[in-house]
Design a protein around this ligand. Structure first.
Ligand SMILES: CC(C)(COP(=O)(O)OP(=O)(O)OC[C@H]1O[C@@H](n2cnc3c(N)ncnc32)[C@H](O)[C@@H]1OP(=O)(O)O)[C@@H](O)C(=O)NCCC(=O)NCCS
Length: 209
């Protein structure tokens, strides 16, 4: 079953993100309290679109989280920064390197910052796609396609997102779905990252169901 995420899904979303967060993705290193607070913001915010896949027993199989307005989402993160920082504190104390990644990402949110932006902070944006590796993986693609459809239905045009170089398998899936790589950049921590875009609806080629 696919449905929009509610507050009841936050703990399972945070745990799944922590469990599948790949190397180089700093958010997973900030721990489940932070992830819960982060997704709470997105689920409750005016622009967040978070779609879940649940099993018949009610277990979370996967989710796609994103925003119709990345700039408004940035503003929300900035205004929630104290709550987010407090939520991350226990894990940052245990793993101080997580702090550096978080600080770099936070600095990149600052408007007119001299720090180079390493993601596109405007328009519709996909934030995270996660799928429980013990579940039937054909559902992961169906979930993502439905999220894209939902975003279009809600008025999104081009949808932007980033995938780290270490996650080339995911880049290939997006290319197969019609996404284009618009740039390749290197983050301040030396991580190479692909900027991808699902173009305007009329030019998208959908594969899968
Ligand atoms: C990214 C993620 C959601 C993808 O889900 P997944 O179920 O692992 O995806 P898979 O690579 O197994 O591919 C799913 C299906 O698509 C198929 N597929 C894979 N690459 C494909 C391609 N390029 N073209 C067409 N089909 C493809 C696979 O064969 C598989 O089908 P099958 O189950 O019938 O064999 C999941 O791996 C995950 O949670 N990763 C960690 C978080 C992450 O990296 N998120 C993305 C960055 S935001």
């Amino acid at each position: 079953m696919f449905r929009l995420a509610t507050l009841d899904d936050l703990s399972a979303m945070a745990a799944l993100h922590r469990d599948v967060g790949h190397e180089g993705g700093f958010m997973a290193t900030l721990g489940v309290r932070f992830l819960r607070a982060y997704y709470r913001n997105l689920v409750l915010g005016p622009c967040g679109v978070v779609l879940c896949a649940k099993s018949e027993e009610g277990q979370l199989l996967g989710f796609v989280a994103g925003s119709l307005d990345a700039a408004a989402q940035e503003d929300q993160v900035r205004s929630a920064r104290v709550r987010l920082a407090i939520a991350a504190l226990p894990d940052v104390v245990r793993n101080p390197r997580a702090f550096t990644g978080a600080l770099q990402r936070y600095r990149s949110l600052k408007r007119n910052a001299e720090v180079a932006k390493y993601y596109l902070g405007k328009g519709a944006r996909a934030e995270y796609w996660a799928w429980n590796p013990t579940s039937d993986s054909s559902g992961s693609l169906i979930l993502f396609r439905r999220w894209i459809k939902l975003m279009r239905l809600l008025g999104a045009e081009a949808i932007h997102f980033e995938v780290d170089e270490g996650n080339l398998r995911v880049v290939k899936i997006h290319h197969a779905f019609g996404a284009k790589t618009t740039a390749v950049m290197t983050t301040p921590s030396g991580q190479r990252r692909f900027l991808l875009e699902y173009p305007f609806p009329e030019t998208v080629t959908h594969r899968g169901r």
